[in-house]
Ligand binder design. Sequence first.
Ligand SMILES: *Cc1c(COP(=O)(O)O)cnc(C)c1O
Length: 385
Amino acid sequence: MIPYGRQDITEADIKEVEGVLRSSYITQGPAIEAFEKKVAEHCSVESAVVVNSATSALHLCCLALGVEEGDIVWTSPNSFVASANAARYCGAAVDFVDIDVHTGNICVDVLATKLADSEKTGKLPKLLIVVHFAGQSCDMQAIKKLADRYRFKIIEDAAHAIGGSYQNKPIGSCKYSDATCFSFHPVKIITTGEGGAITSQNSDIIEKVSMLRTHGITRDVNSMHYSPDGRWYYEQHDLGYNYRMTDIQAALGLSQMDRLANYVTIRHALLERYRDTFKNYPLDILRQESYGRPSWHLCVVKLQLEHFKYSKAEICERLYEAGIGVNVHYIPIYLQPYYRNIGFQQGHCPEAEKYYQQALTLPLHPLLTQDEEDFIAAEVKKLLR
Ligand SMILES: *Cc1c(COP(=O)(O)O)cnc(C)c1O
């Protein structure tokens, strides 16, 4: 089976991980700090905080921005459920901003209209979690303008997007947002097995998420509320979690960072080949906006189904039988039973639903060969009328 995405682990990665396993610290040791420094440098920010997943990263950022019961958080329906769940963990109400079907990202015009309407009803969001779908940045400058006008915070869910850029700045630089969250799950751009990271230009946010990832505990003598009665002393200031990454994972991430630029180059080359192959065929690859360079985490094609012999489900079955692990990103989040149970209904975001009918994710990862790509394209073309 050719998977839609997968990790690439080299001998160098294995050696780095082995080094940690043979050392004194397998968690909270020097690899964590080194990995954080590397991520921060890549994003041109002062500091990054690594955690055990992007889901945890999103949760901690919501907490650091003070999201709580009674607040409203908006996000994209075209995302993994974690983008919305993070706000729910904090007790906030969520709502979804419809997308532009050509990019899969939230539509800025829809956002502007929804904000104007919500201002009238007194239901403005406290926070917008934007999702850089398939690794392509949303139009952050335009969104920030709206954030200033309507006074909401912005978190970038960049689970797909490390290695991408917007206006010639790396995604994660947070020029137009309060914080950015990355994922290092094996299907994403680089991996730590499981893992995530937070970047921010706001030192209060960095401090807060660092503390919350380890139970809300501090060992910083300068911030103690009481005077320490010995060197064992620590204080818990807040109700935090154990969201820590291990040094074993950080060593893998650190080693993978060396190949980040190369991975993105390979992904672009493979995606452009797909674009060429399907140029005169009734399927449309996501549009690339001129304002940035995506990391191209996913190759999503929108099928013009009237030109195919089969339904999307059948197309998916046939490709699977041919050994091609296609997938779909994403089922609109609010159509999940959990979200229907809290009041969402079919039709809430018509564009996201239309997109979902057509979208199919073809394999795209750094180990995919051109021969495999040609095979995939040929198998897809066989299904046309
Ligand atoms: C994968 C993913 C997440 C969650 O990442 P984990 O590291 O698995 O917790 C969040 N948002 C999006 C858009 C994702 O694709």
